[in-house]
Design a protein around this ligand. Structure first.
Ligand SMILES: [Zn+2]
Length: 276
């Protein structure tokens, strides 16, 4: 430890390593985790050169579509920024989804929609998906039939995801980047398969207001506002009118608390954890 401080102090004094540039794992675990060679490699920075950023220290991904190594499952991410992702499942719905899109547009909020293939097949489906993309939202895969994936064979799972993936890509010209299992029901080996074969991380959630039980708009709002935390993922359903009714107060409340809304892909790219 003594050697570590001897090496580190001049660098800190010179101002090259600010707290935001030091990887959290280094500041937390410098003594026991890092050996001498990795320490000196990370802190001996020639004058005039930029210190390494956390991004540049992250392992590269071997998963198509992702620059950095990602996990197979996310409930939330670790971040020092006040960002949050709101996700809408089970649509698109012919009446509630356009109403929601108007609310999001008015506030310049970007969301992520986990759409169901069989809903996309409705006459209004393709137009709504194109509107989502045109207005800066992200679309994720929520299967074709909304069946229970954990009860399906590997081939059944592949078929559900591939068909929905192709449908979204054909309609919008944009390929989905992540998936959400209906009901959250998914096995570990299925998550690994989806990441390897589709490049999909499995996106779960940090706040579930159980809006589908229709507890009332004000209850949905208060559960979301109380549960929100930086790096969180909010789960709601644009299929249900009372959920959309809860959105103006929810969105305004989160904005008033200082949250910036990002899509799920943007959120994952902001993860400051070690990705291991
Ligand atoms: Zn669902």
């Amino acid at each position: 430890m003594k050697r570590f401080f001897t090496l580190l102090m001049p660098v800190l004094a010179s101002g090259f390593l600010t707290s935001c540039q030091v990887p959290s794992s280094v500041s937390r675990d410098a003594g026991p985790v890092l050996n001498d060679s990795s320490m000196t490699a990370s802190i001996r920075i020639p004058v005039g050169l930029k210190a390494p950023t956390w991004d540049s220290l992250k392992p590269k991904s071997d998963i198509p579509g992702w620059d950095r190594k990602i996990d197979h499952t996310y409930f939330s991410i670790q971040t020092s920024q006040k960002v949050i992702a709101i996700t809408f499942d089970d649509g698109p719905h012919g009446v509630n989804t356009p109403r929601l899109l108007d609310m999001l547009k008015k506030r310049d909020i970007k969301a992520t929609f986990y759409v169901v293939g069989n809903m996309v097949k409705n006459s209004y489906g393709p137009g709504l998906l194109r509107r989502m993309v045109a207005e800066g939202h992200e679309i994720g895969n929520h299967t074709v039939t909304h069946g229970t994936l954990s009860k399906m064979s590997e081939d059944g799972l592949r078929k559900e995801l591939r068909e929905a993936h192709n449908m979204i890509a054909e309609v919008t010209g944009v390929e989905p980047r992540s998936m959400r299992p209906p009901g959250g029901a998914i096995k570990n080996e299925q998550k690994k398969l989806m990441l390897k074969e589709f490049g999909y991380p499995t996106i779960l959630w940090s706040v579930d207001p159980e809006d589908w039980k229709r507890p009332g708009a004000s209850v949905v709002t208060s559960r979301l506002l109380n549960g929100a935390a930086p790096g969180g993922i909010l789960l709601v359903h644009d299929l249900h009118a009372p959920t959309v009714d809860a959105m103006p107060a929810t969105l305004d409340g989160l904005l008033a608390k200082g949250y910036k809304f990002v899509t799920v892909t943007e959120l994952i790219n902001m993860d400051e954890s070690g990705s291991e």
